[in-house]
Design a protein around this ligand. Structure first.
Ligand code: SME
Length: 166
């Protein structure tokens, strides 16, 4: 049994230190990307309060064989849109720009894709390998402005750690 749980009322720095340690322990030495993304999605859900979606979109070929696009990966939350073109919505913007998107109000974000009407704010962090985006980590919250710069830094550290494991 794995028993990774956040300490009650952790400060953000402690929370992300513990989350990263748990993610490291669960994914180290495991070559299966889907297994690693699934366990990390579960950890994000367990550690971070006030989320309604936590998971991955991977970069994959378009169905019709066209340009690459984001394809839904392991997650916790309600069923979500499966394919997102680069440059579309918060996830597609993060993938295209290779930059973290910290969105306090998703309704004010041009092209935001509403997978769950409950979502009010969102944090999307690209996972880069050798400078190329291979996936994004997406967190949604029903609370406006739920995510801070500390959350962005914590998820960016997680993305760096996972780059060779997913
Ligand atoms: N809202 C995202 C789409 C993914 S869902 O939130 C899970 C976006 O605008 O890219």
């Amino acid at each position: 049994m794995y028993d990774f749980m956040p300490a009650a009322q952790s400060a953000a720095a402690d929370l992300y230190r513990d989350l990263l340690a748990a993610a490291d322990a669960l994914t180290a030495g495991e070559p299966d990307a889907v297994a690693n993304m699934a366990n990390v999605a579960a950890l994000l859900w367990e550690f971070l309060p006030d989320l309604n979606w936590a998971g991955f979109y991977r970069v994959g070929p378009a169905k019709a064989g066209g340009a690459e696009e984001l394809v839904l990966g392991p997650f916790v939350g309600r069923p979500a849109c499966i394919r997102i073109p680069f440059g579309t919505g918060v996830c597609g913007t993060a993938a295209q720009s290779r930059a973290t998107q910290l969105v306090a109000d998703v309704h004010a974000f041009p092209g935001h894709i509403a997978c769950d009407a409950a979502s009010a704010s969102e944090l999307v962090v690209p996972v880069l390998r050798d400078g190329a985006v291979i996936a994004v980590i997406d967190l949604d919250s029903p609370t406006p402005a739920r995510f801070t710069a500390e959350d962005a830094a914590g998820i960016e550290a997680l993305a760096t750690m996972l780059a060779a494991r997913i």
